[in-house]
Design a protein around this ligand. Sequence first.
Ligand SMILES: [Zn+2]
Length: 130
Amino acid sequence: MTEATRSEPKRCAGMRKDGTPCTARVMGDKGDYCFAHDPQRAVARDAARRKGGANSATNARVEKLLPSHMRPVLGAVLAAIRDVRAGTITPAQGSAIASLAGAAVKVYQVGLLEERIADLEALQEGSTTT
Ligand SMILES: [Zn+2]
């Protein structure tokens, strides 16, 4: 192969998961490893991977936006969607779960509004008495 004889950039000394040598270019001039295999970067890389793995799932992203009380509701709805598609529950059962989830969300929203109103009232009382 002409590629092997050509003067190429230094290749990574690491191994791929399948046991074949990594062919990525090394980082910088004196490195022996690519970004993925550099032992010095392992800690930061693992952290990034964990973060990326957790964030890559749409569910995880949505769950981050949800109040913790609502996460089980989302979980139930997503599970119902899966089950209806898989045929393990009937569409009617799925609809029942969806409407119950909707009811739970409404109750939660009312609670949230009550809390906000109470906070606003407390603020207003504070400002009028001073
Ligand atoms: Zn590599």
